[in-house]
Each structure stands twice: as structure tokens, then as C-alpha cells.
Unconditional design. Structure first.
Length: 437
């Protein structure tokens, strides 16, 4: 990986792309430290210090924003509205025929869906920004802070509208920066910004584990976390690269005097076909009951049960439900993102077939059978990876910002592998000498 980056910096056009990407990253990180108007910055810092890593419901969103959410800055919402909008549009593509037709139109249809994603991102940013301002005004953003009610001193409608507009504009700027990286930089811009947001929280989280440790002034705990993290990275790389290759043979066809086809290829089915989406879905769904309790301020029996069993990440019901939700959403997402019937029809249309399997319906049934079999280990792997922070909490008292949590490691390793592959492919295109020298 380091060799690929070194070779890229020696290539002039790739060096420009890498430097442009680094410049966008610097701008993005600066925006995460600019507070919005109407917020008492001193009160926010005091509450962040008192929270000491226990951010409850907002920990996941705060991680995706690079710590900007709890600071209530211009980029407080970060990339989350765009991620949510992209997932919603991807799910609606299966349900709404118009979106499915646009997806099949190629580049023009993809551009139209991208435009719909931008509009939905702005709508979600307004909704989430309003919710964040309301949460900060009520003091629920930092439930254990003594000055939580003083974070937003001005409670007028004008001040609220200005704060929401600033955060919505910040989301638009983040989306624009991501698209700039995609067009003129290296890798997928949105993924790169998400990678930077998560990686930015690593140093403080690791140092917090060291300072709170008791063995050898915290160095034993620190070293243990590093070793666990390296083992997890190795496991994630191994599984993310694993795939089941289904051989496909294309029959030879004669069109005029030319022959087409007669080639062999394969369909790569990844073990973890769903990526990190099931973990995000499961986390979001588990946060809803706890969020209702937090805003209702109810002391009833049901609220107490939810707080004790679902909101507490180390509770047994929370762990079991979280694991089964991840497995369920892994199968659900694979079912809507990969259509065996469509793949079988396309293969039949172009004269392709799987050796030993008849074209058409038998091919679709075979693909579905293989996909279900490899999704089981992929979903179980996702569930185990996502439970590592909980096991760390129970093991040696790490806080909820355990740096090598399942979601963060999956995103960082996935984005890192994809970016390195793109750099290597561009290097290969520029250094290819052809058959003649």
C-alpha cells in the first residue's frame, strides 16, 4: 500500500489528484471546528469534557461527523444525511418502477438518481438540523451536564432558523466537497470524507483508554487495544476480499464473418455482500426506542425497561437483539441489491451460461442458492465484528468510543482497500507498455 502511494506521488497527474484530495480533507476538517452562531462555545466544551466519551444515542452520528456533532459546528451533520438519502433511494429503486427504469438507462438515469439524492439530502439535513437544535436547547444532547441548558442561550425562532440554515448549508458544502474529490481527486469522495471523519476520532479515543488504564500507567490496556485492532483489521481484510467466483461461459456466435463470444469469465459474489449497511440499520433501529424515552422523560415501567435493556449497550437483551437485527438486515439488503433473475436473464440474452446449469430459471435458482449460503457466514461475521465494542466494555472498561469498533473498522478498511485499488489501477494504466517495445 505504501509503495503504491510512493509511486503515485512520482507520477505528476496522480500527484496533483492526491494533493487536491489532501487539500479538500484539510478544508473539511477546518469546517468541523467552526461553531455555528447562537451557540455558547464555552458551555459546549464544558459539556464535552464532562461527557468523557459517553455520548449515548448520538455516539454513532458523532463518529460519522468526526466529532463535529457534539461540538455543534457548521459541519455538525457531516456526511450522514447523504448516506441516509443514498440508502433510501437504493431501497426505493426496488419498490418504485420509475426509479428502477432510471437505473437501467445508464449514465443519464444515474445522473437523475444522483440529483434526487441531493434533494433528499437537503430535506434530511433540514430535518436532522432542526432535531439537533431542539435537542441542544432542551439539554438532552448532554444529559449528564450541569450547563446543558445554557448551550443555546437565544431561544427565539429567528436564532433557531439561522442555526438550522447554517447546518444545512454545511451539509451542502460537505456534499460538494465529496463530489469534487470524486471528479478531480482519488477515490470516492463521500467515502473518503467518511474515512477521515472516523479516523479523526481514533487518537483521542486511544489516548483516553491509556489515561483511564490502571496497569503500568495504562500502557497495558493501550497495547492490548492496539493488538486487538490489528487482529480485527486482518480479519476484516481477509473476509472483505473473500468471494465466491461462479464460472460463466459465453457461447461463440457468428455475426457476418466475425465470431463473438467463446470466452470464459466469472461472477464474483462477495462473502460480505452487504458491507456495513446492516450494522448502520441495526444501530439506527435500536436507537429509536431509547430516543423516544429520552424525549418523553417518562418514568413508567416500559421506559425503565427500555433504558435498562435496550439503551444499555452491555445489556444481554441489547446484545442479542443487535446481533439478530444485523443478520436479518444482511439478508434483507442482499435480497434487494442482487437480483438473481435479472442476472440470469442478462446472461441468457448474451449467450452466457454456468457450466452444468441450464440457462434461465435454473441459473437464477442456483445463484440464489449460492448467495444464501455465503450470506450466512458474512452476516455472522458482521454481527461478531459489531459486538467487539460491547465485549471491550465488559472486558476492561473501555468507553463507548472504543476506537476499533465494528462500524469504524469496516468503513476504514473498506474505503482504504478501494482507494488503494483505484491508485494501483491508474498506475497500471500509465505504466502499461503494451505488447511492443
Amino acid at each position: 500500500m505504501l509503495t503504491a502511494f510512493a509511486r503515485a506521488f512520482k507520477t505528476p497527474d496522480l500527484r496533483k489528484k492526491l494533493l487536491f484530495t489532501l487539500g479538500i480533507i484539510v478544508v473539511y476538517r477546518l469546517g468541523t471546528h467552526i461553531p455555528i452562531p447562537g451557540v455558547d462555545y464555552k458551555s459546549v466544551q464544558e459539556c464535552v469534557d464532562q461527557a468523557s466519551g459517553n455520548q449515548g444515542l448520538f455516539g454513532l452520528v458523532n463518529m460519522f461527523s468526526g466529532g463535529a456533532l457534539l461540538q455543534i459546528t457548521v459541519f455538525a451533520l457531516g456526511i450522514m444525511p447523504y448516506i441516509t438519502a443514498s440508502i433510501i433511494l437504493q431501497l426505493l429503486t426496488v419498490v418504485i418502477p420509475r426509479l428502477e427504469a432510471l437505473k437501467k438507462e445508464g449514465q443519464a438515469g444515474t445522473a437523475k438518481i444522483t440529483q434526487y439524492t441531493r434533494y433528499l439530502t437537503m430535506a434530511l439535513a433540514i430535518l436532522q438540523g432542526t432535531g439537533l437544535v431542539a435537542t441542544a436547547r432542551s439539554g438532552a444532547l448532554f444529559s449528564g451536564c450541569t450547563v446543558a441548558g445554557q448551550i443555546v442561550p437565544d431561544r427565539s425562532i429567528f436564532a433557531t432558523v439561522v442555526m438550522v440554515i447554517c447546518m444545512t448549508a454545511g451539509t451542502a458544502v460537505v456534499m460538494w466537497l465529496g463530489e469534487l474529490v470524486t471528479d478531480r481527486g482519488i477515490g470516492n469522495g463521500m467515502s473518503i470524507l467518511m474515512f477521515i471523519s472516523i479516523a479523526a476520532t481514533f487518537p483521542s479515543a486511544l489516548w483516553a483508554i491509556k489515561t483511564s488504564g490502571k496497569l503500568a500507567d495504562g500502557w497495558i490496556e493501550f497495547g492490548t487495544v492496539i493488538l486487538v485492532g490489528l487482529a480485527m483489521v486482518g480479519l476484516v481484510v481477509f473476509v472483505e476480499q473473500a468471494q465466491r467466483r461462479i464460472p460463466v461461459q459465453y457461447a461463440k456466435r457468428m455475426i457476418g464473418r466475425r465470431s463473438y463470444g467463446g470466452t470464459s469469465t466469472y461472477i464474483p459474489l462477495k462473502v460480505n455482500q452487504a458491507g456495513v449497511i446492516p450494522v448502520i440499520f441495526a444501530s439506527s433501529l435500536l436507537y429509536i426506542p431509547a430516543l423516544i424515552v429520552q424525549f418523553s422523560n417518562s418514568q413508567a415501567g416500559w421506559a425503565t425497561w427500555i433504558t435498562k435493556n435496550l439503551a444499555a449497550t452491555d445489556a444481554t437483551p441489547h446484545i442479542i437483539l443487535y446481533f439478530f437485527l444485523i443478520v436479518f438486515f444482511a439478508f434483507f439488503y442482499v435480497a434487494i441489491s442482487f437480483n438473481p433473475e435479472e442476472v440470469a436473464d442478462n446472461m441468457k440474452k448474451y449467450g452466457g451460461f454456468i457450466p452444468g446449469i441450464r440457462a434461465g430459471r435454473p441459473t437464477a435458482e442456483y445463484l440464489s442458492y449460492v448467495l444464501n449460503r455465503i450470506t450466512w457466514p458474512g452476516s455472522l461475521y458482521l454481527g461478531l465484528i459489531a459486538l467487539v465494542p460491547t465485549m471491550a466494555l465488559a472486558g476492561f472498561g473501555a468507553n463507548q468510543n472504543f476506537p476499533f469498533g465494528g462500524t469504524s473498522i469496516l468503513i476504514i478498511v473498506g474505503v482504504g482497500l478501494e482507494t488503494v485499488k483505484q491508485i494501483e489501477s491508474q498506475l497500471q494504466q500509465r505504466n502499461y507498455e503494451g505488447f511492443l517495445r
